[in-house]
Write a protein that binds this ligand. Sequence first.
Ligand code: MG
Ligand code: MG
Ligand code: MG
Length: 310
Amino acid sequence: MSMSMYVVGHKIPDSDSICGAIALAYLKNQINEPAIPTRLGEVSPETQFILDKFGFEAPELKLSYAGEDVYIVDHTEKTQAPDDIDEARVVGVVDHHKLGDLTSSTPLECWIRPVGCSNTIIKMMYDFYNVEIPKDIAGIMLCAILSDTVIFKSPTCTTADIKCVEALAEIAGIEDFKELGMEMFKVKSAVEGTPVRDLVMRDFKDFNMNGKLVGIGQLEVIDLAVFDEIKADLEADIAKLKEEGGRHSVLLLLTDIMKEGSEMLIASDDVSVIEAAYDVKSEDGRVWLDGVLSRKKQVVPPLQDAFAKI
Ligand code: MG
Ligand code: MG
Ligand code: MG
């Protein structure tokens, strides 16, 4: 009898992590590899919208994995993994980010592709194993891809992602997937009444940049005007977050998915490193980065290069 594996995405889970864990665990169970989807944190309003729409419960919240088999979804970074990942056995990873610092003690399955979303790769896995995707699972996978690729606008989006969404829409019986995507981003844009710290942490990742801890948050909305009244509070909070975590910098990207760019709010021990990374001058800790939608492709790599030089 084989032991069950847990399928889990990153800390501060996004829709790709949650929907990916559900979709991959289902696939694994179909090929007689018992799997349980889990999560490392609260479900975001966007993800809750997706789960409700297709009739899913959120995966079980599970923080400790010592002694367990774990299949990692949507990252390969220790900072984003369960705290006790070193005491677990990593049996596989499915990811679409740069290779991180997670390692394994035994041979593992590796599904890593430079596409826009982990769920696009999970669809390739369904095809590989020749397993039929149920309607409701196709629906959540499709939404995860629309979220990660910002409805195909992100520079991370590939032909594979678009083809995958079209195929999943067919299975799920969704006629206008772009409209569904906009509905989802409207839910994401409803920030009013949410505590400032919750907004800063909603999609937040820590990175180790040349030995310095750098936190980067992102809020993707339809219109940046939703931040007009809370921008000063957001700035005060990222400054606080920087101090609390002993971070070198905390950056918050306010991404306008219609104007296709991001305003970056900066709290840093050395703003000049950030400015050098993007070849810009900030004003009062703010700078508009035209065309910047992707943290992974447009924000992290130049910053890593800049930190490598200090
Ligand atoms: Mg993710
Ligand atoms: Mg992803
Ligand atoms: Mg994202």
